[in-house]
Design a protein around this ligand. Sequence first.
Ligand code: THU
Length: 138
Amino acid sequence: MNKEQLASLAKDAMEKAYSPYSNYKVGAALLCKDGSVYTGCNVENASFSATNCAERTAFFKAVSEGKREFAAIAICGGKGGNIEGSFPPCGVCRQVMREFCKDDFEIHLLTKEVIETYTLSQLLPVSFQPDTIKKEDK
Ligand code: THU
């Protein structure tokens, strides 16, 4: 699966967004190292705080199906599902990525024209991660 194919799946997932409050539609497609893909959309809530981002939807779907190793994620979003600029993952989603992904995990951000690619270590340097908590303290 190349980044264009992953991007296409993120766009399809974006159409499933439940976002009656912000009207922002966000989609994500998460590529596992075994080649399987899990998609996600943002799921908003009237409380606002219970809203789940597209990226975490994809991660939680995958982890709950037993996946633990991930290669890349494609993300897109925009008002009414109209992709203009990139829609970078929020800090909470970056932290969830850090729990399962290595420094070289690829994050593909769609814009109207191009796909911008970053690594997790670029988007979340000097991070708090599983290794930070020593095993004997767990
Ligand atoms: N959102 C995501 O789905 N992913 C992010 O990383 C940032 C924000 C969603 C949450 C909310 O439904 C909408 O975008 C506007 O904040």
